[in-house]
Design a protein around this ligand. Structure first.
Ligand SMILES: [Zn+2]
Length: 415
């Protein structure tokens, strides 16, 4: 395995690769070109994504003082033209906070996930404010945020994101009235999955996937150029080896916007799924300090097998059962056993911000990570029979329901 070459490709992919943009497609083509150079054919499959362009955003406090704060609009939220209302601080989902939020614009702590957004809708809030950043950093980037489609099923309202220092100021100065303006347009764009296959003898397939897109303001070195180049190395290493089973490599686009690439793949290739015996997803490797994990959305026997395999190989790895927030999940949701390999960063490598940089990574450690995943994939691809139990356990089905917000919708239907 040539880690030097893998690292070189990582360098080539070191730019913002945002869903549905030219730069995302450029990254896709770079990987495709490298595959061509080593004699591997690939194909690019397009899928639809909506891109929102924010034309105007303004957030101001109007009482008891007046101040305009820099803000980004939530992509996908509804427009508002100077919506004025009282401010409520929605600390957490409690009956009191819900009551306070009614008819008001709510300042929400931290990340606005499906649960919190659903609570805001049920509380009849009319707008929301979130914040991002580190309190001790003076210059925080203002993150563009998105109200994902999975949240929009519960309702919609205008929303903005501000810096953490400004959120603190709102509370300390006891802002009571705020005003929101959000204006955005929607366009249909294409995002792309890149697919490459190495043929074996049987009818069975192993899918190896990794997303290659990044969020805005991030060159996504760790998340997930590392996974994308790991896949490249596995393909290069296995292309001339004799394999019993087929391997399909999928570099997924638009993972960062809610696993859109893998969802599109699963949706468009329903007939293939029964032949896919295992999905191996790779999302974030090579951080200098860190911890290796393998999260299997599958029968416990796979969890144990990976645990034993790591011990045999002398690779420190925590193997567990669960739903990992990455491209393994749409496959698991379609009943295909899936495992995600990653290296946690122990606070060193950062994601979803401009500090997701090459400097936080180690070529040597990325090499070790790739080597282990490569061996595991090769072992599976040469198994006499692929041993992975097909049945998705009930506890995993429940966790998938929760992760995908279906449990929230089910509760909704019961009402
Ligand atoms: Zn990722």
């Amino acid at each position: 395995m040539n880690i030097g070459k893998e690292y070189e490709l990582l360098n080539q992919l070191y730019f913002e690769r945002i869903s549905g943009t030219e730069s995302e497609l450029k990254a896709c083509r770079i990987i495709a070109d490298e595959l061509t150079k080593i004699g591997l054919d690939s194909r690019i499959e397009a899928f639809d994504v909506v891109r929102n362009t924010v034309q105007k955003v303004k957030f101001e406090v109007t009482e008891p003082y007046h101040k305009v704060y820099e803000a980004t609009a939530y992509m996908g939220c509804v427009n508002a033209d100077g919506l004025s209302a009282e401010l409520a601080y929605f600390e957490s989902d409690t009956p009191v906070s819900r009551k306070n939020a009614e008819g008001r614009i709510a300042l929400v702590n931290g990340y606005l996930g499906m649960n919190k957004f659903k609570a805001l809708c049920e509380a009849h809030a009319i707008g929301f404010i979130t914040y991002n950043g580190d309190i001790d950093r003076e210059e925080n980037d203002l993150d563009p945020r998105e109200l994902r489609e999975s949240s929009q099923v519960f309702g919609n309202m205008p929303g903005v994101n501000i810096r953490i220092q400004d959120a603190i100021e709102l509370i300390e100065r006891q802002a009571t009235h705020v005003k929101l303006t959000v204006e955005q347009t929607m366009q249909d764009e294409k995002s792309h999955n890149l697919i490459c296959e190495i043929k074996g003898e049987s009818e069975d397939w192993i899918v190896c996937c990794a997303h290659y897109d990044s969020v805005p303001n991030s060159k996504g070195a760790y998340d997930n150029a590392t996974g994308a180049v790991c896949l490249y190395s596995i393909a290069e290493e296995l292309k001339d080896r004799h394999l019993k089973h087929n391997i399909r490599f999928i570099w997924c686009g638009s993972e960062e916007r809610g696993l859109l690439g893998s969802k599109a793949y699963v949706k468009d290739h329903g007939e293939e799924l029964e032949h896919i015996k295992l999905v191996v997803n790779v999302d974030m490797l090579g951080s200098v300090l860190g911890n290796r994990i393998a999260v299997s959305t599958a029968d416990m026997s796979l969890v144990h097998y990976i645990d034993y395999y790591a011990r045999v190989e002398g690779y420190p790895l925590e193997s567990s059962q669960g739903v990992y927030s990455s491209d393994s999940t749409p496959f698991a949701d379609a009943g295909v056993p899936a495992v995600s390999f990653a290296r946690g960063s122990a606070g060193t490598a950062r994601i979803h911000c401009r500090f997701d940089v090459m400097e936080h990574l180690s070529q040597r450690i990325l090499g070790e990570d790739t080597e282990f995943i490569l061996k595991f994939v090769e072992t599976m691809a040469n198994a006499y029979v692929i041993p992975v139990v097909r049945e998705m356990p009930d506890n995993m089905k429940e966790e998938l329901d929760k992760y995908l917000g279906r449990d929230l919708l089910k509760k909704e239907e019961k009402k």
